[in-house]
Design a protein around this ligand. Structure first.
Ligand code: NAD
Ligand code: MG
Length: 335
């Protein structure tokens, strides 16, 4: 174990694969994370089944990947039950298929803390509740594992009935390939709150609003939408790739000095104290459960607001010009 700032980081020598020996694992769901977990665990010698709904379209894929597929009820009987379903579906699956047959000593495993942290799933005190969350999409988790590498993982313990919860989380992260890159220890609270804040303020919400605001400002001033699209959306990929690969230093190394000077002297006029104050308010709503309650109720209302807002969003003029310009980019993957 080493430390990075205030976080503990674990590597292969810290994990004891024996902790998973003799334990059966039920993976609920076979989407992005479910497939990667199931295949990596199987290749690491674990005893894995995939639990799916009656008539699930994923069943065929799991079977052709060589994994046994069982009903959700049966997967829920395994020693370790991994919830790799969409987060809003998890509470109903827990109530219906898992809770009625839970026994002391089982481990419930999550890849995101939302349902446990906000009390949408409340396990009894005699089971362990852990998190193992690779910091990458499932296809990368699988692909790197197959190449002998791994994606960094987070682990956390919400409930330690056995006294062995952390060791099991580490062994599971190891079996996913996570210890090849490093496994960071966090809490359900920290993972959930930073995840929600990040996607709202920066990644999804923040970035798309910044793009649209820039695009609209140029259009309003009479510039061609095509030019506005290239500058405010298309080129973002080049910048994000540089940031992803080498942080601020790599970006400033590769953009022109004109771009660098403009960035350093003008960027903070856009993202100013108002924006930071708004960010703090979003964070409060994440921390005090306001956002979680709204999202839970929204799902009970069949996502009425979500669907209406999304429909509106996709009518933004940037979508239309984007479609035309992307048709000129033959190298892009189309779906
Ligand atoms: P996903 O949407 O890719 O897959 C979910 C799978 O669950 C589906 O393929 C299906 O097999 C099954 N399913 C869907 N609805 C169901 C229902 N009502 N009952 C039973 N089975 C159902 O999900 P995902 O992105 O792999 O997310 C799973 C978990 O992993 C979530 O907690 C998510 O927050 C977390 N996570 C995802 C990523 C990611 O990159 N996608 C990264 C880290 C953590
Ligand atoms: Mg997120």
């Amino acid at each position: 174990m080493t430390t990075m700032g205030t976080m503990k980081v674990y590597y292969a020598q810290d994990a004891d694969p024996e902790r998973l020996k003799g334990k059966t694992i039920g993976i609920l769901g076979y989407g992005s994370q479910g497939r990667a977990h199931a295949l990596n665990l199987k290749d690491s010698g674990c005893d894995v089944v995939v639990g799916l709904r009656e008539g699930s379209p994923s069943a065929q894929r799991a079977q052709s990947d060589g994994l046994p597929v069982v009903p959700l009820d049966e997967a829920a009987e395994r020693d370790v039950v991994a919830f790799l379903l969409p987060d809003p579906q998890q509470p109903a699956v827990y109530e219906r298929h898992v809770k009625p047959r839970l026994r002391a000593g089982q481990t419930l495993l999550f890849a995101h803390g939302f349902n446990v942290h906000y009390g949408q799933i409340v396990p009894p005190p005699d089971v362990d509740v852990i998190m193992v969350a690779p910091k990458g999409p499932g296809n990368l988790v699988r692909q790197l594992f197959a190449q002998g590498q791994g994606v960094p993982c987070l682990i956390a313990v919400a409930q330690d009935a056995s006294g062995q919860a952390k060791g099991l989380a580490l062994a599971y992260a190891h079996a996913l390939g996570g210890t090849r890159a490093g496994v960071l220890e966090t809490t359900f609270k920290e993972e959930t709150e930073t995840d929600l804040f990040g996607e709202q303020a920066v990644l999804c919400g923040g970035v798309t609003e910044l793009i649209k605001a820039g695009f609209e400002t140029l259009i309003e001033a009479g510039y061609a939408p095509e030019m506005a699209y290239f500058e405010c959306l298309n080129e973002l990929k080049l910048i994000v790739d540089l940031l992803y690969e080498g942080g601020l230093a790599k970006m400033y190394e590769f953009v022109s000095e004109t771009a660098g000077y403009g960035s350093l002297t003008r960027g903070s006029r856009v993202i100013d104290e108002h924006v930071r104050a708004n960010m703090r308010r979003l964070l409060r709503e994440v921390q005090d459960g306001t956002f979680a309650r709204e999202w839970v109720l929204e799902n009970q209302a069949n996502q009425a607001v979500f669907k209406a807002r999304l429909r509106e969003e996709l009518e933004h003029p940037i979508e239309e010009v984007g479609k035309r310009l992307r048709a000129m980019m033959g190298w892009l993957q189309r779906d």
